[in-house]
Each structure stands twice: as structure tokens, then as C-alpha cells.
Design a protein around this ligand. Structure first.
Ligand code: ATP
Ligand code: MG
Length: 424
């Protein structure tokens, strides 16, 4: 075996303590926000049968064609995949456990997703999403709820430059009509299509409209529009959604080219986009997926959901100057001598009884070197115990942000320390 240190898999990141503080803060805000809308937590496995994603996401999509971590279970030959997204798993879980039996469901989850993409800023092979799904809701009131939710979250996070793009994909009939016209149109201009577009011409022509190839833009701009095929119900749904958004002062742009990379969407689709992350500008995306529940074997039920990319949002937060919080300690206990050591561990437990966050110095060393650790810990107060203090049942208290060290008896210790603790 070589002595080289083992490195993490490319595109899969460690989140170190320095950075994790921001994650913790973000997760707290997000949890409160979700509970504020009555969404309940659900947790699914990271690994699912490969067939689930093929069926749910669609065979001719970027994810299923080239981004999935699929493998055969070496022990029993099962075909498995590390989840590339959460919606399929969530719907599977809901069906498997019959949650939709007599009540609609507002659900959320968060955690790692896996896609084999070319790693770059804002694009990783293991990344994290918060996913929100509402199952059993057919009306535009739910579409509006989820978009309003997002707007509220950006406000809570202090993000100002994420903009809403909106589109409707209509229902199956309209999509079939549009698809036929689109294929017809694209076939007539086959000479302009690039290799990928040609390959998708008959399998997933809608995705061609999503292409970023400059050579095809003119062709795409003049393509038959899905909007022209929409039936009355879908149009009414879309305009009611827009009415609610306007009533709440949510601004948006209708982007007819927004089709989303997954097959299961219908009617409303949306993305929240920032210009500050280059090509990785979409921080949150979702839409209605009324066909998915039956597509993976359930009794038909309408549904609507979205997912946001945590890494991308955190980059934005860092740019806004948001600093990590939540992992500070209040007190660092330093001690020297046998008697002092015994008292120190007792004192540390006692302070924790008083709801303080306490580091007890471990590993010995001079007072001077221990005080350096206390300083670096960010604690507001250090408690200093030598055998001298221990014999008198007293401790030294040193405010770390300035001020003289003082000696107090054990019974006054907690209240004295609390005077120096900076509460957030
Ligand atoms: P993109 O167009 O950027 O590839 P997508 O349409 O594939 O995004 P979704 O499947 O809609 O993305 O996932 C929802 C969100 O998850 C995205 O808007 C983005 O914020 C985030 N996301 C998707 N893929 C990655 C990735 N590889 N690394 C980091 N975040 C990602
Ligand atoms: Mg993608």
C-alpha cells in the first residue's frame, strides 16, 4: 500500500468546521421557515432502485443519460443508484407508506444528492438540496404558496438579487400537439441542429429548446410555441397563479424557454436565478408534476414541488458578508495541578447545567499555553483554576474581551460568568 494520503472523490467536498457554522445557521433558518408553512420533515434513503429514477425523471434526460451514479450491488446484483434528486424518492416513500390515503401532504427533506457532472464553482458531484413537495394539491393556490415561500426565504436570508422566472408547460395533450409541431419544424431545419439536438429530435425535442448553443438560437427563437397550444384550463391555472403573485407584490418574468431538465413537470415551472454565479445561476427550481404519482405506480394525484441548491445559496450568502455563527463557546476552563483538575471537570459540568457552552482544557500544559487555547476558542470568559483556588473552593474568572481577572466562590460563579456572556 502506498503512503500517499487518501483524497476525497473529485467533486465531493468536505465541509470543514469553519464553513459548517454557516450551514448550521442556514439549516436553522430553513427549518423555521418550512415549519412556518406547515411542511413536515421526511427522510429517504440515499440509495434507490435505478428503475425509480429512470421511470420518474425520464430516460432521455441529462440526469438519467449521463449523470447518475449507478452500480450493481455486488452481493445480490440489484441495480442501484445514488439519488440524483429527491422528488422521485419522496413520491416513492409517500406511495409505499400510503401517506396520500386520506390527506394531502406538505413535506420537506434535505441532504446530499449525487450527479456525475464536471465539477466547477457551484456544480459538484455530491451537492446538497432542500426539497419541498406538496402532494394532493391541484390548484394554483399551491403553486403560489410555494413561490411566496421562496420569496420569504430570500428575505429571511437577506438575499436581494434572486429573480423569479416563470413558465407553464401545459398538460399532456397540449404537449403532444406541440411536440408533433416541434419535431416537424426541427426536421425541416435539421442542418442547423447540433449532434445532441439531432439525437434528441425524436426522443425529447422539448429539451432542444433549452440548448445554449449560439448557432441554434435563431432556430429556437422561431420554433412553435407551447403557449399557443395550451387549453383553457391550463391557461386559467397560469393566469390565476399570476394574479395571486401580483396581489402579493412578487415580480417575475415569463420565460417561455424555461422547460426544466426533468420529464415529470407539467403546467407551472419556475426558477429563481441570480446573475452572480455565472452559468450556475439557478439557486432554486421546481414546478408542478401532476403525472408523476401515477407514473411510478400510484393512484393519480396532483403535486407541486421545488428544490434549492444549498451550496449555491451559501456562496451568495458569503458574498453578502454573512459570517458563520452558532458554534461559539461561552467558557473555556483552564487548570493546573491535581486538585485543580478535579475541580475543573466538576465546574465545567456545573456550568453546562447552567446552559453554558463550555470547553474543559484537556492535555495539560502551562497556564500561558492554555490561555492561548482559550483565546483561540472564541470563549467570552475563561475560568482559571490552580491548586490555590481549588483549596479555597474558588475559581478565577477572566473576561476574554478585556477586564481584570477576579476570584469568586463556587456558589457565585455561574451568575458572575453570566454577566460577561454576550448573547446573540
Ligand atoms: P442546472 O441547470 O444548473 O444543471 P438542474 O436543472 O440540473 O440545474 P435541478 O435538478 O432543478 O437542477 O436541481 C435544483 C437545484 O439544485 C438547482 O437549481 C441548483 O441550485 C442545485 N444543483 C443542481 N445540480 C447541482 C450540482 N451538480 N451542484 C450543485 N448544485 C446543484
Ligand atoms: Mg443539471
Amino acid at each position: 500500500m502506498s503512503n500517499e494520503t487518501v483524497q476525497a472523490v473529485r467533486g465531493m467536498n468536505d465541509i470543514l468546521p469553519e464553513e459548517a457554522g454557516l450551514w448550521l445557521w442556514f439549516e436553522d433558518v430553513v427549518r423555521d421557515w418550512l415549519h412556518g408553512y406547515g411542511y413536515r420533515n421526511i427522510r429517504m434513503p440515499l440509495v434507490e432502485p435505478t428503475a425509480l429514477f429512470k421511470r420518474a425523471i425520464g430516460e432521455v434526460t441529462d440526469i438519467v443519460e449521463k449523470e447518475m451514479y449507478s452500480f450493481e450491488d455486488a452481493l445480490n446484483g440489484d441495480h442501484l443508484t445514488l439519488r440524483p434528486e429527491g422528488t422521485a424518492s419522496c413520491v416513492r416513500a409517500v406511495l409505499q407508506h400510503n401517506l396520500l390515503y386520506n390527506a394531502p401532504q406538505r413535506l420537506y427533506y434535505s441532504g446530499p444528492m449525487f450527479r456525475h457532472e464536471r465539477p466547477q464553482k457551484g456544480r459538484y458531484r455530491q451537492f446538497h438540496q432542500v426539497g419541498v413537495e406538496a402532494l394532493g394539491f391541484a390548484g394554483p393556490d399551491m403553486d403560489a404558496e410555494q413561490i411566496l415561500m421562496c420569496a420569504r426565504l430570500w428575505k429571511k436570508l437577506g438575499l436581494s438579487d434572486v429573480a423569479l422566472q416563470l413558465n407553464t408547460l401545459g398538460d399532456a395533450d397540449a404537449r403532444h400537439r406541440h411536440r408533433a409541431k416541434l419535431i416537424d419544424y426541427l426536421e425541416k431545419h435539421e442542418d442547423v441542429l447540433d449532434a445532441e439536438a439531432k439525437r434528441r429530435l425524436h426522443s425529447n425535442p422539448l429539451r432542444i429548446l433549452d440548448s445554449k448553443n449560439p448557432a441554434m438560437q435563431e432556430l429556437i427563437d422561431a420554433a412553435p410555441r407551447l403557449m399557443d397550444e395550451l387549453d383553457e384550463d391550463a391557461l386559467a391555472h397560469f393566469s390565476e397563479l399570476q394574479e395571486i403573485l401580483k396581489r402579493h407584490g412578487i415580480s417575475y418574468e415569463i420565460n417561455p424557454r424555461l422547460v426544466r431538465g426533468l420529464d415529470y413537470y407539467n403546467r407551472t415551472v419556475f426558477e429563481w436565478v441570480t446573475t452572480r454565479l455565472g452559468a450556475q445561476g439557478t439557486v432554486c427550481a421546481g414546478g408542478r408534476y401532476d403525472g408523476l404519482v401515477s407514473q411510478i405506480g400510484g393512484k393519480p394525484a396532483p403535486a407541486m414541488g421545488f428544490a434549492m441548491g444549498i451550496e449555491r445559496l451559501l456562496v451568495l450568502l458569503q458574498e453578502e458578508g454573512r459570517k458563520p455563527t452558532g458554534q461559539d463557546v461561552d467558557v473555556y476552563v483552564v487548570h493546573q495541578g491535581e486538585l485543580a483538575g478535579k475541580l475543573a471537570s466538576q465546574v465545567a459540568e456545573q456550568l453546562r447545567d447552567g446552559e453554558l457552552r463550555v470547553i474543559l482544557h484537556c492535555g495539560g500544559g502551562s497556564f500561558k499555553s492554555q490561555m492561548k487555547r482559550a483565546d483561540a476558542s472564541g470563549a467570552c470568559v475563561s475560568v482559571v483554576i490552580g491548586d490555590d483556588e481549588a483549596q479555597a473552593d474558588e475559581v478565577g474568572i477572566k473576561p476574554m474581551r478585556g477586564g481584570d481577572q477576579m476570584r469568586v466562590g463556587l456558589s457565585n460563579m455561574l451568575s458572575k460568568i453570566n454577566e460577561f456572556i454576550e448573547r446573540e
